[in-house]
Design a protein around this ligand. Structure first.
Ligand code: DAH
Length: 339
C-alpha cells in the first residue's frame, strides 16, 4: 500500500505538471482528488488493512493528499497568471480609454473671445475689467452722452431701484481703466452688456461685447485703422475687404462704423457692420481728469482711439448662424459642432 501511494503521488504530480490548460488540469484533479478518484478509492481500501498496517498507511495517504492538493493549487495559480499576462499582451495601453462621461468643450462664444484676446495680446493689449452693474456716470456722463440721449431712456436700459444700471456697453471700462491708471493705456475689455431689447433672431437682452482703448502720445487715425484692419483680417481672413464708414458716437470724434465684406462669410457678399470706433473725444478726458483730481489725461499731449464690437454678432458671421438665440439655448446638438 505504501509503495502504491508513492507511485500514485508521482503519477499525480506528473499529470498535474503536464496539464497546460485549465480543462486538462481539471481532468487531472477529478482523476486523483475527485470523489470517485484514486485517492478516495485508496481511502476505501484502508478499511481492508490490518490494525498494525493502518496507522502508517493512513498517515501516508494524508501526506499524499496534501502534496497532490498543493501541487494542484500551485498549477491552477500558475495557469491563471499566465492567462492574465497573455491577455495583457494584447492590450495596447497607448490607446485612448473609453470615457465614462462625454468630455465637454468651450462654448463657441468663449472660443471666439479667446481668439480675439489672443490677437490683441500680440499687439500688446492688456485685459481690463469692470462691473456689469455700473452707474450712469461710467455708462453715460463720462462718455459724453447727454441726459437726453435715447440710450438713457428707461425703456432702453435696465435700472436698479438705487439708480444704478446694467451697463449698456463695455465702454464703461474705458473710463474705469483711465480712472485707475495714467497714460499710456492699451487695453481690451470683453464682457456682458445689457439692453431692453425685444429678443428675436438678431437681438438678446444680454449679449457680449469687446471694448478697446489706446491712449498715448502721437496716436492718430492711422493707428486705429492699422490695429482694427489687422484684427479683422486675422479673424475673418486676409482677403477680407474693410470699410470705415463715418458715423456718430458721443465719446469719439471723428467716429466710424467698420463694415467687412468677404464671400467666405455668411451674408458677406454685402457689407456687414462689425464694429464702432473713433478717436477719443477730449470731453471724455475732461470727465476722467475731474474724477481723478489731476490732469493726467492732458488732451494737448495725449490722443487715443477706442472701439467696441459685439462678440455674438462676430460669432454669427463667422459661424454662419441664422439666429443669435442658438448661442444661449444650450442645445447640445448645436454646441457639439464646435468641439
Ligand atoms: N459702445 C458702442 C456700442 O455699444 C460701441 C463703440 C463705438 C465703442 C465706438 C467704442 C467706440 O469704444 O469708440 O454700440
Amino acid at each position: 500500500m505504501l509503495t502504491e501511494l508513492d507511485q500514485l503521488q508521482a503519477a499525480a504530480l506528473a499529470d498535474i505538471a503536464a496539464a497546460d490548460d485549465a480543462p486538462a488540469l481539471e481532468v487531472a484533479r477529478v482523476r486523483y482528488l475527485g470523489r470517485q478518484g484514486t485517492l478516495s478509492a485508496l481511502g476505501e481500501r484502508m478499511k481492508t488493512l490490518s490494525k498494525e498496517e493502518r496507522p502508517a498507511a493512513g498517515k501516508k495517504l494524508n501526506e499524499v493528499r496534501t502534496a497532490v492538493t498543493a501541487a494542484f493549487d500551485a498549477a491552477a495559480q500558475g495557469l491563471s497568471a499566465r492567462a492574465e499576462s497573455s491577455a495583457l499582451v494584447s492590450v495596447d495601453v497607448t490607446l485612448p480609454g473609453t470615457p465614462l462621461l462625454p468630455i465637454g468643450a468651450l462654448h463657441p462664444l468663449t472660443q471666439l473671445q479667446d481668439r480675439a484676446v489672443q490677437i490683441f495680446r500680440r499687439l500688446g493689449f492688456a485685459l481690463a475689467d469692470g462691473p456689469d452693474v455700473d452707474d450712469e456716470f461710467h455708462c453715460f456722463d463720462a462718455l459724453n452722452t447727454p441726459a437726453d440721449h435715447p440710450a438713457r431712456n428707461e425703456q432702453d436700459t435696465f435700472y436698479l431701484p438705487d439708480g444704478r444700471l446694467l451697463r449698456t456697453h463695455t465702454s464703461t471700462v474705458q473710463i474705469r481703466a483711465m480712472e485707475t491708471q495714467p497714460p499710456p493705456v492699451r487695453i481690451i475689455a470683453p464682457g456682458a452688456a445689457y439692453r431692453r431689447d425685444e429678443v428675436d433672431a438678431s437681438h438678446l437682452a444680454q449679449f457680449n461685447q469687446m471694448e478697446g482703448l489706446v491712449v498715448d502720445e502721437g496716436i492718430t487715425l492711422a493707428d486705429l485703422k492699422g490695429t482694427l484692419e489687422y484684427f479683422l483680417r486675422e479673424l475673418f481672413g486676409a482677403k477680407t475687404a474693410i470699410r470705415f464708414r463715418p458715423h456718430f458716437f458721443p465719446f469719439t470724434e471723428p467716429s466710424f462704423e467698420i463694415d467687412v465684406k468677404s464671400p467666405a462669410l455668411r451674408g458677406g457678399e454685402r457689407w456687414l457692420e462689425v464694429c464702432g470706433c473713433g478717436l477719443v473725444d477730449p470731453a471724455v478726458y475732461d470727465q476722467v481728469n475731474q474724477r481723478r483730481g489731476d490732469q493726467a489725461y492732458d488732451s494737448e499731449k495725449y490722443t487715443g482711439f477706442a472701439f467696441g464690437f459685439g462678440l455674438d454678432r462676430l460669432a454669427m458671421i463667422l459661424l454662419g448662424l441664422p439666429d443669435i438665440r442658438l448661442l444661449i439655448e444650450n442645445d447640445v446638438r448645436f454646441l457639439e459642432q464646435f468641439k
